[in-house]
Design a protein around this ligand. Sequence first.
Ligand code: GDP
Length: 445
Amino acid sequence: MFENLSDRLGGVFDRLTKQGALSEEDVAAAMREVRVALLEADVSLPVARSFVKSVTAKATGSAVTKSITPGQQVVKIVHDELIKVLQGEGEPDALRIDNPPAPILMVGLQGSGKTTTTAKLAKRLKDREKKRVLLASLDTNRPAAMEQLAILGQQIGVDTLPIVPGENAVQIAKRAKQQATLGGYDVYMLDTAGRLHIDEVLMDEVQAVRDVANPRETLLVVDGLTGQDAVNVATEFDGKVGISGVVLTRMDGDGRGGAALSMRAVTGKPIRFVGLGEKMDALEAFDAQRVAGRILGMGDIVALVEKAQEVLEVEQAERMMKRFQKGLFNMNDLKGQLEQMMKMGGMQSIMGMMPGMGKMAKQAEAAGFDDKAIKRQIALINSMTKKERANPDLLQASRKKRIAAGAGMEVSELNKLLKMQKQMADTMKKLGKMGKGGMLKQAMR
Ligand code: GDP
């Protein structure tokens, strides 16, 4: 997600950070480009405008332009401003699902991914929060949709309310509530009917269901690929039924990402989750820090660490995080990372998450960089002595020759590996220094 926006902004900031002193004109020129990039990503005009205005105001103060690294400071200001736009003031509270059985109303247009998201969220609540969840489909017009939810429920091991032909949506909602209470469920989720467009009949039905269920959360599912339309749909649903949060689906596609950036500012409602694929675990909690990092191409350490945690022992992952936090990243760390990549599969996806490697992932793809290449890199590291691995700065010409020969490779290949390690160590240092709000700290939580 956000590839295009990320590429565009990357270009602007590359130029900015290469310059020494910055004039107000430099900042203004960069901000014009940022504005165009945002609009091209389908961010709504008022949001793009106010974003640029706010960054410009903060970036043109003498504290920034006279500082030693004005370019980097501007990037940091943009980063912070992105977080603000993405999440508003302060982070949203956790989903309100205490007081069992807590009703969650799922609303949205047909085809937005509502049923899939309902099942994904149920699985998440079951797996991560150990909640007992009951699912009910209220889509009486489309028996296939009811069937779909039942099948998904079976697949993820979550109960669904038995289908009783002839009942209307309100009757089903009442029965779900009853069954959830009697059955001792923690949460029951109502998957309402969708339409192709917003219409009165649909809204009336959703309102009637809302009134009997009295939901703790009303989550709107919208297709993230539809950009500003997604934001318009959210505004309409919020006006008619009142929503408590938004789930953006299809964020795995190379959509323009504008919906994510406009949503909070325009609707005032938090994005809660993003859908990242068709599989049942392709749902991520929305994290503004992480998304801002992705947009700015700073990689996604948090996602990387999370993913690594699934594979690594927790203890090992924590040790790794502590080192990263101190800005330490030697050849042993790199080897660990490379081995993880092999285990986690999907070279491209992993590289995309690493700091500063977003662009490299694309180059790597073009250069046919694959698992075989990773094995070669690991071989190079294995050919180093313990001391050399811990301190790659030791590697002068003669050592390089010996290592490359030991692994049966050219010194040029070793140089590439060293460059990669250095680049990652530098980024780790920067991120480690970002302090309290930094991404690494975030990841440690
Ligand atoms: P509904 O009509 O709103 O209930 O939509 P469905 O849940 O039936 O989803 C429609 C299609 O979108 C299905 O093929 C889903 O697998 C797919 N889908 C849902 N969420 C995502 C997502 O986050 N990413 C991708 N790539 N596909 C999704």
